[in-house]
Ligand binder design. Structure first.
Ligand SMILES: C[S@@+](CC[C@H](N)C(=O)[O-])C[C@H]1O[C@@H](n2cnc3c(N)ncnc32)[C@H](O)[C@@H]1O
Length: 247
């Protein structure tokens, strides 16, 4: 007979109640905000040439993160700038937005939206330490996605095959190890990402990125963002929140 059956439900219940109470006493840290429900959408309408691939982060989330993790005048950086949502909203909120984007078409488009076009670098975040960037107060990003099934390299616009998931995670670690020395001591790094379901297979992308980046930065916790509509087999994503590890 199992220990649970022998002791009975009420015994287990008493033990859990006791350990939760003890846990609260020994761990008085305030809980991070654990979940949020936000509307999707972006106020900028993409030109028709880009509409087939609208992978933008929602304005609501970017606004929320910038307000929560940075102050006016501070530097907000996105190593996977895409269509520039982070940089444009940073600019609107009085922050200095910087970013790197691999696709030349997207980079040129974003530069047209910025008061300081030179703040968006057309480049490759795998070589982030080569670029002249100011010290960062908030690194806010959503990475290019991949899963355990496909073999196109997401770091070169999915144009090359023969790539695998462990290499993806290693590259991600390599990129954030180059972000780390560029962070102000009190900076935060927030990565929005979801797990993925494809052909009945789940890739725990969000959890794997959290584990990989935790080797470099201090993981502070996650916020679950609930969306009315999403994709990838889920209707929630995660904001993984990190700070600089004390050296
Ligand atoms: C999920 S999208 C980011 C979307 C962005 N948050 C927005 O709101 O538009 C990821 C972006 O990373 C870019 N990217 C992929 N590999 C890159 C690399 N090696 N260096 C810089 N950018 C890269 C892709 O071209 C893509 O635009």
């Amino acid at each position: 007979m199992s220990a649970l059956k022998r002791r009975g439900q009420s015994g287990l219940h008493r033990r859990l109640k006791y350990s939760n109470r003890e846990n609260r006493k020994s761990n008085p840290e305030p809980a991070v905000q654990t979940w949020l429900q936000l509307p999707r959408g972006n106020k900028i309408i993409l030109p028709p040439r880009f509409r087939h691939e609208n992978v933008r982060a929602a304005d609501s989330l970017v606004e929320y993160c910038i307000n929560k993790y940075s102050e006016e005048g501070e530097v907000v950086f996105d190593p996977f700038a895409g269509y520039g949502t982070t940089l444009v909203i940073a600019q609107e909120l009085g922050r200095a937005g910087y970013g790197i984007e691999f696709s030349e078409q997207k980079a040129r488009y974003v530069q047209e939206l910025l008061e300081h076009p030179e703040h968006l670098i057309h480049g490759d975040s795998r070589n982030l330490s080569d670029y002249d960037l100011p010290l960062i107060d908030l690194c806010l990003t959503s990475p290019p996605y991949t899963n355990e099934i496909d073999d196109e390299n997401p770091f070169v616009d999915y144009r090359k095959k023969g790539f695998d998931y462990p290499s993806y995670l290693r590259e991600m670690g390599h990129i954030f190890s180059q972000v780390s020395p560029k962070l102000n001591p009190s900076a935060h790094v927030v990565i929005e990402v979801s797990n993925l379901k494809k052909k009945g297979h789940v890739t725990t992308l969000a959890w794997d990125i959290a584990r990989e980046v935790s080797k470099i930065l201090r993981f502070e916790g996650e916020e679950i963002i609930c969306w009315e509509e999403y994709g990838y087999g889920y209707n929630h994503s995660y904001c993984l929140v990190f700070s600089k590890k004390e050296s």
